[in-house]
Design a protein around this ligand. Sequence first.
Ligand SMILES: [Fe+2]
Ligand SMILES: [Fe+2]
Length: 219
Amino acid sequence: MTAAEFVARLDETNQAVLRRLEPEATLKPEVSGALNVTNLLKVALKNEIEATEIAARWLVSTTDVEVKMAFARQAGDEAKHYRMIAERLGELGFDARSFDPLAQGFGPLFKYLDSLETTVERVAAGQFTREAIAVVKNRQFIQFCERAGDAETAALYRDVIEPDERYHHDLGRRLLLSLARTPEAQEAARAAARRTLALAEELQVKALATAGIHHAPGC
Ligand SMILES: [Fe+2]
Ligand SMILES: [Fe+2]
């Protein structure tokens, strides 16, 4: 399979799984208790700091200039998202400076991504797949904000964060086109994408069971 065929097929497989996370299919909003924009933005801070850190680690450990700069761009964007979300939390009355989103340590998806050794796996999992998940989750979160009457948070996600996450996904696509050229590289990329989706689904089921959360934004 050519790299272009492979990427198109991987995208199809990912999108088929992601449709299970789409609002129409699985989202019957059962908002209760403390499930509000503020608490979901705190989850977002954790996602953004993890996304910043994994991109930064990978930027240091690759020698390929194109890959390095792609991770650098992503790390900068995720850090920018963190700051904007923290500022929005401040406007909502929560001082994020006193909050450590990593107090409980890194999550399972971060640990999995951190265990990946090859660039093709990192790009397939951390950019191409994780950022495709983020786009779906952010669309759900925008709807959640709108239902909650928070047009400002919805606009932050619609106008800045979601387009950036889409760009990260596209960076992953472009890199995969040059990295996924052999059957071995394609198999490694496919497995890493599959595992990332499985972890995201597991996390979503767990968040739903433990906190009633199914609109937490991604990054
Ligand atoms: Fe991102
Ligand atoms: Fe982000």
